[in-house]
Design a protein around this ligand. Structure first.
Ligand code: ADP
Ligand code: MG
Length: 705
C-alpha cells in the first residue's frame, strides 16, 4: 500500500485518460481521443461503450447517481441528479447508463437566467457533454455521484452558460494561433491551447460567529462593522506561519482536491487577517475553469466540516484587503512551445514579439471588455480601492521587455536584451544565482510574469470563464488581422513585414504600457491623458456587452451572437439590482431589529446611571454619562433618519422593470443611502458597551478564527 497520501489519492475520483485506457476497448479509446484532439461528433455506439464503462467504474466506487454538471449564467454550478436505476428495475435494481444519457441531458431550463434568450414557455434547455473535461465522482452526505461536465444551451442552440462561449473562444484562438505558427515556419504545430492557472484568495472565519451575522449569510459580506484596532498594517499575516486549525483545513482541502485530479500546489496566508490563497498548477482553460469551480465549492464544503465558514466575496470586510483571482494565461502548442516564453534573448525572438504586440493591441483596444469580464457586484468594492488592481487597464511588461519595446519604437528594431544580474547577498554560503531579468509589479491589472500574462482583476467569487473567453477572443481576432498581412510572404520579405507590423503595433499601442504604481492618484490623472478608460462600476461596464465593436468582434470569432450578448447584458443589470436590493433589505432588517434596539438599551442604561447617581444628591461628576448619552442619542437619531431614507428608496425600486435604468438607480441612490446608514451605526459600535452589541465585531471575526 502506498504510504504517501498524495500518491495514494491523486485523481482517484476522476474518469481520466489513464482509466479510459485501462477500461475501454482499444478502438473505442482511439476514436474517442481522435475527437477530443481534432473535434467532430461522437458516434452513439462509442458513447454507449464509454457510458457503460463509466457507470461500472462509478458504481464500483459506490455511486448511485449521475449528474450533468453545468455552469449557468448565475456563475455558479448547477446539477440535477438521476439514479442509475433502469425502468425494468421492479424486484431488483438494474443499473443502467446509456450513451444518450451521457452525451445529452434535458433539465427544465426555465428557472435559470436567460436574459430573454428563452421565454419561460419555451423551457427546453440541453446539457451536452464536454468530452475534453473528464467526468468525476463527488462524494458527500448525498452519497457518491458521477458528475459529467457539460455545456448548457437553449433549444435553438444559444449558449445559456459560461462554458459554451469559453469553448468557442478556445477554438478561435487555436485557429489563429496555429496559423501564426505556420506563418513562422512551425509547420508541425496542429494545436494551440490556452493554459490557465488561477490563484484563488479566500477568507476563513469561525462558523458560529458567521451564523450570528445576517449580512454575511445573505450577502456574503459585512454591511456594518467598525475597524478593529489592528488590521493588516504590520504585514504579519502575509506568508505568516499557518495556524494549526487552518493547516488542518488546508490538509483536508488538498486531499479532496487531489482526489478530483486538481493540481493543488501552493498555499499561504494572504495580506489580510484570516485571508489565505490556494493556487493549482495551470492546465487547459476549460479544465482550469471547471477545476476552479470545484475548488470554490470544496473550499466551502470542507470549511463547514472544520467549524469554519469560507468567504469568497471580493470584499467581505470594508477597510480590509479584499479577495481576487489572478488569472495566469499563456499559449502553448501541442509540440510543447510556450509562445509567451521570451527565451534568453527576446529581442531576437520575432514570434514572441509578434504575439506580444498582438496581445498589447488586443488589450488596448478591448480594455473595457476585459474590465467587464472581471465585473461583479462584489468587485466594485475592490477595483480601484487602493489595494487590488485599479479599475484602469494597463499592461506591465517589466524592465527587460519595456527596454526592447522602446528600442523597437525608437529605431524600428531591437538589438539587445537586458539580462538579469548575478544575485549578491553578501553572504558566501548562500547560493549564487542569476536574478530574473525583471522584478515583479504587484499593482498592475495585466502583468507579464516571465512566460505568461497575469490578469489580476478577476473577482474571487466569479467563474474565470468570462475573463478567459474575452482574452482568447480578442487575441484571436487581433492575430487574425495581423496574420492576414503576412499571408504569402517568405524569406526576407516575411521578416521585413513582421518587423514592420511589430513596430507599427507597438508604436500605436504604447499608451497602455505602464510600469509604475497603479494605485497612485497621479496614475489616474495620467491614464486619463493617455485616453485609457476608467470604468468604475459593474453597471458602467455592462453597456460594453453590446457596443458595436464588441458585437462585431465576437461575431467574427464565432464566440457570441448578438442575442447572446444582449442576454448577458440584461442578466448583468438584473443581478446587480437584485443583489443590491438584498443588501439593502438586510441592512434595514439588521438596523431595525438589532443595532437600533441594542443602542436604545445602552442609552437607557446610561440614563439610568445618570439619574440614579444624580438622585443620591452627592454632586458626583456625571458628565461622562451625559456626554455619552448625548452622542449616542444623536447617532441613534441619525441612524433612524438614514434607515427611513433607505426604506423609502428601496420601496420605490420595488416592482420596477429590470434594466440599465434600475441598475443605475441602485448604484447611485440605494448604495449612497446604504453608506449613510452604515456610518452612524459603525460609530455607535465604537461607544456602545460591547455586552450590548448584538453581533460579532470585525475583531471577533478576523482575529479569533
Ligand atoms: P505568484 O508568485 O504570482 O503568486 P504562483 O506560483 O502562486 O505565483 O502562481 C502562479 C500561477 O501561474 C500558478 O497557478 C501556475 O501554475 C500558473 N502558471 C505558471 N506558468 C504558467 C503558464 N505558462 N500559463 C498559465 N499559467 C501558468
Ligand atoms: Mg500571482
Amino acid at each position: 500500500m502506498e504510504q504517501n497520501i498524495l500518491k495514494q489519492v491523486f485523481a482517484t475520483d476522476v474518469f481520466n485518460d489513464a482509466v479510459m485506457q485501462e477500461r475501454l476497448p482499444k478502438n473505442v479509446y482511439a476514436s474517442f481521443m481522435k475527437i477530443v484532439e481534432n473535434g467532430g461528433e461522437l458516434d452513439i455506439t462509442i458513447a454507449n461503450v464509454i457510458a457503460h464503462a463509466m457507470k461500472e467504474w462509478a458504481v464500483e466506487r459506490g455511486a448511485t447517481h449521475y449528474s450533468h454538471w453545468f455552469q449557468p449564467m448565475t456563475g455558479i454550478t448547477a446539477e440535477k441528479h438521476d439514479s442509475f436505476l433502469n425502468a425494468s428495475s421492479k424486484s431488483r435494481a438494474i443499473l443502467e447508463f446509456s450513451g444518450k444519457e451521457l452525451i445529452k441531458g434535458e433539465p427544465d431550463a426555465s428557472s435559470f437566467p436567460s436574459g430573454g434568450l428563452r421565454a419561460t414557455f419555451e423551457a427546453r434547455g440541453y446539457t451536452a457533454w464536454d468530452i475534453t473535461s473528464p467526468a468525476f465522482l463527488r462524494e458527500d452526505a448525498a452519497g457518491v455521484t458521477l458528475c459529467i461536465p457539460t455545456a448548457f444551451c437553449s433549444y435553438t442552440g444559444e449558449a445559456l452558460d459560461k462554458k459554451t462561449p469559453l469553448l468557442r473562444s478556445m477554438e478561435a484562438i487555436n485557429k489563429h494561433a496555429v496559423n501564426t505558427m505556420h506563418l513562422f515556419g512551425y509547420d508541425d504545430v496542429k494545436k494551440v491551447e490556452c493554459s490557465v492557472g488561477p490563484e484563488q484568495e479566500y477568507f476563513l472565519i469561525d462558523r458560529e460567529k458567521y451564523l450570528k451575522r445576517d449580512d454575511l449569510i445573505y450577502s456574503g459580506r459585512t454591511l456594518f462593522g467598525a475597524m478593529p484596532p489592528k488590521g493588516q498594517e504590520l504585514g504579519d499575516h502575509y506568508f505568516g506561519a499557518i495556524r494549526e486549525n487552518i493547516a488542518s483545513y488546508m490538509k483536508e482541502l488538498n486531499i479532496e482536491l487531489w482526489k478530483l485530479g486538481i493540481l493543488a500546489k501552493t498555499q499561504h496566508n494572504e495580506v489580510a487577517p484570516a485571508q489565505h490563497e490556494l493556487a493549482p498548477i495551470y492546465c487547459t482553460a476549460n479544465i482550469a475553469t471547471d477545476h476552479n469551480q470545484l475548488i470554490m465549492e470544496t473550499m466551502k464544503k470542507v470549511a463547514r466540516r472544520h467549524g469554519l465558514e469560507c468567504l469568497l466575496h471580493e470584499k467581505p470586510f470594508a477597510g480590509v484587503n479584499g479577495s481576487g483571482k489572478h488569472d495566469n494565461w499563456s499559449l502553448i502548442t501541442d509540440t510543447g512551445i510556450n509562445i509567451l516564453d521570451p527565451g534568453k534573448e527576446p529581442h531576437k525572438n520575432l514570434l514572441f514579439l509578434y504575439v506580444l504586440s498582438a496581445i498589447i493591441k488586443a488589450v488596448n483596444e478591448y480594455a473595457p471588455l476585459l474590465r467587464l469580464s472581471a465585473s461583479n457586484v462584489g468587485n466594485d468594492h475592490r477595483l480601484g480601492a487602493d489595494e487590488a488592481p485599479p479599475a484602469i487597464i494597463s499592461i506591465f511588461l517589466g524592465e527587460q521587455l519595456e527596454d526592447i519595446v522602446e528600442q523597437i519604437i525608437n529605431t524600428g528594431e531591437a538589438t539587445s536584451s537586458i539580462r538579469g544580474e548575478r544575485m549578491n547577498t553578501g553572504v558566501t554560503t548562500l547560493p549564487n544565482f542569476r536574478k530574473d531579468a525583471t522584478d515583479r509589479n504587484r499593482t498592475s491589472p495585466f502583468a507579464f510574469t516571465g512566460n505568461k500574462f497575469e490578469f489580476r482583476m478577476v473577482a474571487s467569487s466569479m467563474s474565470i470563464s468570462d475573463a478567459n473567453t474575452v482574452l482568447n477572443s480578442i487575441v484571436a481576432d487581433t492575430l487574425e488581422k495581423m496574420n492576414s498581412s503576412l499571408e504569402g510572404l517568405t524569406g526576407d520579405d516575411f521578416t521585413k513585414a513582421v518587423k514592420e507590423i511589430i513596430h507599427k503595433t507597438l508604436t500605436e499601442n504604447k499608451n497602455i504600457i505602464f510600469n509604475g504604481n497603479g494605485y497612485s492618484e497621479e496614475w489616474v490623472e495620467e491614464a486619463e491623458k493617455l485616453g485609457l478608460p476608467n470604468i468604475k462600476t459593474m453597471v458602467d461596464a455592462t453597456a460594453y456587452y453590446t457596443a458595436p465593436s464588441t458585437i462585431e468582434m465576437f461575431a467574427r470569432q464565432n464566440v457570441y451572437s448578438e442575442e447572446e450578448l444582449q442576454s448577458r447584458e440584461e442578466i448583468n443589470y438584473e443581478i446587480y439590482s437584485k443583489m443590491i436590493h438584498i443588501e439593502a433589505l438586510t441592512m434595514i432588517e439588521m438596523a431595525s431589529k438589532l443595532y437600533i434596539p441594542a443602542s436604545i438599551r445602552y442609552c437607557a442604561r446610561l440614563a439610568d446611571s445618570y439619574n440614579s447617581i444624580k438622585k443620591t444628591g452627592i454632586g458626583a461628576n456625571i458628565s461622562v454619562q451625559e456626554e455619552l448619552l448625548v452622542t449616542a442619542c444623536d447617532l441613534l437619531s441619525e441612524a433612524k433618519d438614514a434607515l427611513k431614507v433607505l426604506e423609502e428608496k428601496t420601496k420605490k425600486a420595488e416592482g420596477r422593470e429590470d434594466g440599465a435604468e434600475l441598475a443605475n438607480y441602485y448604484k447611485d441612490e440605494i448604495r449612497t443611502a446604504m453608506d449613510d446608514l452604515r456610518s452612524p451605526i459603525d460609530k455607535l459600535e465604537m461607544i456602545v458597551d460591547k455586552r450590548f452589541w448584538p453581533v460579532p465585531t470585525y475583531g471577533d471575526l478576523l482575529f479569533e478564527v
